[in-house]
Design a protein around this ligand. Structure first.
Ligand SMILES: Cc1cc2nc3c(=O)[nH]c(=O)nc-3n(C[C@H](O)[C@H](O)[C@H](O)COP(=O)(O)O)c2cc1C
Length: 201
């Protein structure tokens, strides 16, 4: 199943075809593909080149996979039980410049995950990010230090058949994807004023 973005201008294939499926195959993912994804994250930009991202990866129902799965809320567990790869994305909070909490650790970690996601697409894989997990449980299970914060879980695998999902999830999988119009977030002059680049005025 493809679920391409409907765009006002052509965009690159990786971004255009990326979406967050719930139907994944239980087929294992090749190690080299996973390493390529982490390499893409590694070469992401970050404030002061602090590289605050950290990842914990579990594969194929191994102990780490099970622990990450245990942090998920019930709704996310429903469709993740056979996803072959689960990754916990963690941000290191402290700036090495002044020892205070960095204003960028979440921004930078999210950006690294965006790079990881597009590399996944390049490798023929799909990614679904999840905020629906317990940060506290993840911290406990993985002994995450107080200088760090678990931010998301990332499901990774090959695309499965939407018809394999239970009722409501099947419907969601097949729903039209929606986005704000460019006029709602590209401004010129002042905040909230649509840029003439977008509306031609
Ligand atoms: C930070 C973050 C948290 C998310 N949390 C969940 C989640 O807990 N469960 C879920 O099914 N999808 C989750 N999603 C997926 C979003 O719902 C999805 O990206 C959004 O609806 C846009 O759809 P698309 O990625 O297919 O374009 C999350 C995405 C992000 C980036």
């Amino acid at each position: 199943m493809t679920n391409p973005a409907i765009t006002s201008q052509p965009i690159n294939n990786l971004s255009g075809n990326r979406w967050s499926p719930r139907a994944f195959l239980d087929k294992p993912v090749e190690t080299e593909k996973l390493i390529s994804m982490f390499e893409a994250a590694r070469w992401s930009a970050s404030g002061g080149n602090e590289q605050p991202w950290r990842f914990i990866i579990g594969v194929n129902h191994n102990e780490t996979w099970q622990k990450i799965f245990d942090t998920l809320n019930a709704g996310n567990q429903e469709w993740n039980s056979h996803v072959p790869v689960l990754i916990l994305a963690i941000g290191y909070k402290i700036s090495s410049w002044d020892g205070n909490e960095s204003g960028y650790f979440k921004y930078d970690t999210g950006q690294a995950v965006a790079h990881l996601s597009l590399e996944a697409m390049h490798q023929g894989l799909y990614v679904h990010q999840l905020g629906g997990f317990s940060v506290e449980r993840a911290s406990e299970l993985f002994d995450i230090p107080a200088t760090c914060e678990a931010l998301t879980v990332i499901s990774v695998g090959y695309l499965g058949d939407p018809l394999s999902l239970p009722g409501k999830l099947k419907e969601r999988e097949l729903q039209e994807r929606k986005r704000k119009d460019l006029s709602e977030f590209v401004f010129s002059g002042k905040f909230g004023e649509t840029s003439p680049l977008i509306n031609g005025k």
